[in-house]
Design a protein around this ligand. Structure first.
Ligand code: GUN
Ligand code: ZN
Length: 443
């Protein structure tokens, strides 16, 4: 096996950018070289000539100039069994769940169906430049088995969980407090730490879990304190009202999860749109993450997530960004940030393109406490990469003629880009985009 030297315009963030001119927040190299070792990790980064001089003679070179090379995108909330739910016409969250989503998820009791969708799931993510995702499987263990088996085959870093849900859904989609506990435990024992797989404890949301099941989730969280926990929080006004009726002893929605010991630094709370100041304080103190799913929030009419306001509070709330397929309407993290930008516009806030690209990469990695492995191009990180072309369509190419700065180029990519802008996706140094042809590669 030999090392690979990937050449192109390199961009990687050191920290969250404070402004459009905060060039200290990132590393950018116009003619960059990225050396990837046999282990799939980055062993050197810098200007091409320097990295080349330090590389072995038989290094394999791949030239992506003039395209941008970034860490692969990270999607922190997505539903693996909802690939055939995306683009379903509904008035709101609860109607959408009951009419389309729950019936569709029932199909994942069949291993063959789950395996087929898993193949499409990873193909699509790789087409979009997304190399890590945090996913909900269905209630069936077979769905988690399919999800993790396919991730293992592709050597992708994935987080996922068998959903726990024991009420307010069709019979074919219910477990019990006991089976929810036992099967989650079985998934952890079988898959956690295998390849790059991470298991998340996944009570769907308080509406579909009885207090007994929440207690079972709490037991799992205590037994496996290092695991992620994911659930949904305060997405829709009717949902919030019903949830609080189901847990009358809790002072608000967030308090329900707190009472069952589910709020920690590895807790990802999907949506979290309509929070009181008390709830924001509680999340801030717990270090839990509010996961912004902009295309979903607009598609389901759920509301406008106060991303910037949460970030700049005296007690800031940790945030991440995600597609929320299939409530979300696009697999693309570029399109996701385009909609995130527009939501901030409606709230009178500015989300600059450096922040957007930080959030899709290092920001999401930090939210997952994984920035030592993914989300940057730092030496030692796994070479999960996306190669982007801001002139990938005729209209983008024309607009590129008037682009002068890196932030302008990033903003164009975010505003007009989609999977067509993704020239290649690397997983641990290996080109993986379905259908792509490696450019100018040779020894
Ligand atoms: N709340 C509970 N389940 C879901 C889901 O599948 N999608 C969304 N958007 N919200 C949820
Ligand atoms: Zn969700």
């Amino acid at each position: 096996m030999t090392n690979t030297l990937i050449r192109g315009r390199l961009l990687s963030f050191h920290r969250a950018p404070q402004s459009l001119t905060d060039s200290e927040s990132y590393f950018y190299e116009h003619d960059g070289g990225l050396l990837v070792g046999d282990d799939g990790r980055i062993s050197a980064i810098g200007d091409y000539a320097t990295v080349k001089a330090g590389a072995a003679e038989d290094v394999i070179e791949i030239d992506h100039r003039p395209h941008l090379i970034l860490p692969g995108f990270i999607d922190t909330h997505v539903h693996f069994p909802q690939m055939q739910v995306i683009a379903s016409y509904a008035a709101n969250l609860l109607e959408w769940l009951n009419t389309y989503t729950f019936p569709e998820e029932c199909r994942f009791v069949e291993s063959d169906h789950a395996a087929r969708i898993a193949t499409h799931f990873y193909d699509e993510f790789l087409r979009q430049g997304t190399t890590t995702a945090v996913a909900y499987c269905s209630v069936h263990k077979a769905s988690a088995d399919a999800f993790f088996a396919e991730a293992l085959k592709r050597n992708m870093c994935m987080v996922g969980g068998k959903v726990m849900m024991d009420r307010n859904a069709p019979q074919g989609l219910l477990d019990t407090p006991e089976t929810g506990y036992d099967e989650t435990r079985a998934v952890i024992e079988q898959w956690h730490g295998k390849g790059r797989n991470h298991v998340a404890i996944t009570p769907r949301f308080a509406i579909t879990s009885t207090p007994e099941q929440m207690t079972a989730a709490q037991a799992l969280a205590q037994e496996y304190p290092d695991l992620f926990i994911q659930t949904h929080l305060s997405e829709n006004h009717d949902e919030i009202k019903y949830t609080c009726e189901l847990y009358p002893e809790a002072i608000d929605y967030t308090d329900i999860y707190a009472r069952y010991g589910l709020l920690g630094q590895k807790t990802l709370l999907g949506h979290a749109i309509h929070l009181s100041e008390r709830e924001m304080d509680a999340l801030s103190e717990a270090g839990s993450i509010a996961v912004h799913c902009p295309t979903s929030n607009l598609f389901l009419g759920s509301g406008l997530f106060p991303l910037k306001a949460l970030m700049r509070r005296e007690k800031p709330v940790r945030v991440s960004v995600a597609t929320d397929i299939g409530g979300g309407s696009s697999y693309s993290m570029l399109k996701t940030m385009d909609e995130a930008y527009k939501i901030q516009q409606l709230l009178g806030e500015r989300l600059n393109p450096l922040e957007s690209f930080y959030l899709m990469t290092r920001g999401n990695a930090e939210a997952l406490s994984m920035a030592a492995d993914i989300g940057t191009l730092d030496v030692g990180s796994v070479a999960d990469l996306v190669v982007l072309n801001a002139g990938s369509t005729p209209a983008m190419k024309l607009r590129m003629e008037t682009v002068n700065t890196l932030p302008e180029e990033l903003f164009l990519l975010q505003t007009m880009g989609d999977d067509r802008a993704v020239m290649e996706t690397y997983v641990a140094g290996k080109a993986m985009k379905p259908g792509s042809i490696a450019p100018n590669s040779g020894a």
